[in-house]
Design a protein around this ligand. Structure first.
Ligand code: GLU
Length: 454
């Protein structure tokens, strides 16, 4: 049975790049009818927090990602890592290193000066049993280092194909620190091994960690999982996607009015070439194939996300939309018209103000031409607006056009601002029937005041 895991470090809110890793793991697990594990990698005590953990969990649930096992927290498993560290010590595959930080730094500098790679020189590997016992008696602090294999490592990555590393690419890396905290690579391997993870699907930034992890699996005489390193999400400048490029946190997308389905869909198709891109969860699962993920980095495409969001705004139920926008059920009909023309839920909320007659965007005023004349005409028509001769927007437009010297464009623009308070928005013909007469006159009075017309 397929078993995957999503293993966020709670050192920040859920970033869209990490959310993509979660979505890919989730789609793969669902497609294969496998198990999805949530593992919290919280061994970086300085930077991890419970608040970030809660925030990540909240965002995953918001996206509709549910796990079958976990959350498993690494910080609760220190005894296990220690036990497995002991096993490697006993097998002679790891050793205690008593070097102080100063000693290591000095040795490193010497190597750099000689033009050699700065790596641990393995001096503690040569300590005799007696020397070790002596140092332990003196209560000298130590870390446990893994005896790296001096042989090339290669593995078959589902997305990248064969990846190989030269024989001496890693030094004897630390697996357990002096405070008993495991290193990232060690904790990952122990957890993946004990949980029976079959597929490790994560960002390509972890490719360089994979040889160390493979060596550890080897040391425990276990087969390593299948690896699939997906490409990273990058900005248009081809640098890793960060705040510099705009919105990157799942919470920020939510705040700007992106529906969870849109972001889920976007993350599920990114880096794959798809004939159809608007895909509901079930379709995303059915069409999912790890091999279809491109090894090249994917430029984050805000326009595509907004396009998908637009499609979902049209697709979800009106009740859901009203709920998302925090509007009352009384707005149903209006939301029904507006939703055809908005890209975000936030825009929807903004456009609903068209109907209350209170708001006029400050930049909209300059787009009105001949306010005196138009106001006069509208006021003389007061009794017939919304009934008799002025039932539709076209009726009102015709009356104004034929009674003024304004151009078509001027009348259209002026009426849009007078009726909606905005220079753009949903088709005016469609919203006009829903704008109450009171709202029209309320806004007109406001405008007259602004233009100092009696
Ligand atoms: N905790 C790591 C991260 O957030 C993931 C490690 C892994 O997937 O192996 O990048």
């Amino acid at each position: 049975m397929v078993k995957v895991r999503f293993a966020p470090s709670p050192t920040g809110h859920l970033h869209v790049g990490n959310a993509r890793t979660a979505v890919i793991n989730y789609l793969f697990a669902k497609k294969e009818r496998g198990i999805f594990i949530l593992r919290i990698e919280d061994t970086d005590i300085q930077r991890s927090s419970k608040a970030f953990e809660a925030s990540i969990i909240e965002d995953l649930l918001w996206l509709g990602i549910k796990w079958d096992e976990g959350p498993l927290r690494q910080i609760d498993r220190l005894d296990t890592y220690r036990r497995y560290g002991e096993i490697l010590l006993k097998k002679g595959l790891a050793y205690r290193c008593f070097c102080s930080k100063d000693e290591i730094d000095k040795a490193r500098k010497t190597l750099i000066a000689r033009g050699l790679p700065p790596r641990y020189d393995g001096r503690c590997k040569k300590l005799s049993e007696d020397q070790i016992d002596n140092l332990l008696r003196q209560k000298k602090e130590y870390v446990i280092r893994f005896k790296s294999f001096m042989k090339p490592i290669k593995f078959n990555d589902v997305i990248h194909g064969e990846i190989s590393f030269p024989y001496d690419h890693v030094d004897d890396f630390i697996i357990l620190r002096s405070d008993g905290i495991p290193s990232y690579n060690f904790a990952v391997v122990i957890d993946d091994m004990l949980s029976g993870v079959t597929h490790v699907i994560r960002g390509a930034d972890h490719i360089s960690n994979t040889p160390k992890q493979i060596m550890l699996f080897h040391a425990f005489e276990k087969d390593h999982p299948v690896y699939a390193h997906h490409s990273l999400l990058i900005g248009p400048d081809r640098k890793p996607l960060s705040k510099r490029h705009g919105v990157t946190g799942i919470k920020d997308f939510k705040a700007m009015g992106i529906l969870k389905e849109a972001i889920f869909n976007y993350l599920g198709i990114t880096g794959r070439s798809m004939e159809k891109e608007f895909l509901l969860e079930k379709e995303l699962i059915d069409t999912f194939d790890l091999k279809s993920l491109s090894p090249s980095d994917a430029v984050f495409d805000m326009e595509k996300l907004l396009w998908l969001n637009r499609e979902y705004i049209k697709h979800v139920s009106l009740d859901r939309l009203i709920n998302e926008a925090g509007l009352s059920a009384a707005c149903k009909e209006k939301v029904g018209v507006i939703r055809e023309n908005v890209k975000t839920v936030r825009e929807l909320k903004e456009y609903i103000s068209i109907f209350d007659g209170d708001t006029i965007d400050s930049d909209a005023i300059d787009f009105i031409s001949g306010i005196n004349g138009i106001a006069d005409i509208i006021e003389t028509l007061e009794d017939s607006i919304k009934k008799d001769s002025i039932k539709s927007f076209e009726d009102l437009y015709d009356k104004i056009k034929s009674n003024s010297m304004l151009t078509k464009k001027e009348v259209m623009m002026s009426l849009r601002v007078i009726l909606t308070g905005k220079i753009s928005g949903p088709p005016i013909k469609e919203v006009f029937p829903l704008i109450s007469k009171e709202s029209i006159f309320k806004r007109l009075q406001c405008l007259k005041k602004r233009f100092s017309i009696d």
